[in-house]
Design a protein around this ligand. Structure first.
Ligand code: HEC
Length: 112
């Protein structure tokens, strides 16, 4: 393997923090005040998500609908590399439903 060598010389190494500081001072000096910008911006409406808070949970019907779309549309081109059929139980499918979904897969249910 090639040893790592920096192309920056000692002189440039000292200059860059100084340039950085000058840029920072210019940015702070000419940037419009944050309070002024915040006053003009509209506050987005409050949303109530099912997964918020320590007891939040995902909408299982929506998750199952998403899986159905994946299965019918996206799966023809995209594989699910990091998921297993058993993970479908986590979005509310029963063991029988998972087995039925996986039934075209000959190796499903075998250890390993
Ligand atoms: C006809 C085949 C096909 C179908 C069907 C398809 N995709 Fe894709 N998808 C591709 C290809 C090819 C790419 C890569 C495009 C690229 O990188 O230029 C891609 C890229 C993506 C990416 C971007 C991935 C990345 O790493 O940037 C996402 C996200 C994605 N697809 C989601 C979906 C979803 C969600 C569906 C179903 C609603 C879907 N795709 C259906 C072929 C398909």
């Amino acid at each position: 393997m090639k040893p790592f060598r920096s192309s920056v010389t000692a002189g440039e190494g000292i200059l860059s923090p100084v340039l950085c500081l000058i840029c920072l001072i210019f940015t702070l000096a000419f940037y419009p005040p944050a309070a002024h910008a915040a006053g003009e911006a509209k506050t987005p409406p409050e949303q109530d998500w099912s997964y918020e808070g320590p007891f939040g949970t995902y909408d299982r019907a929506a998750l199952q609908r998403g899986f159905q779309v994946y299965k019918q549309v996206c799966a023809s081109c995209h594989a699910m590399e990091h998921l297993h059929y058993r993970n479908l139980a986590e979005i509310g499918y029963s063991d029988e439903e998972v087995k039925a979904i996986a039934s075209p897969v000959p190796d499903y249910g075998r250890p390993g």
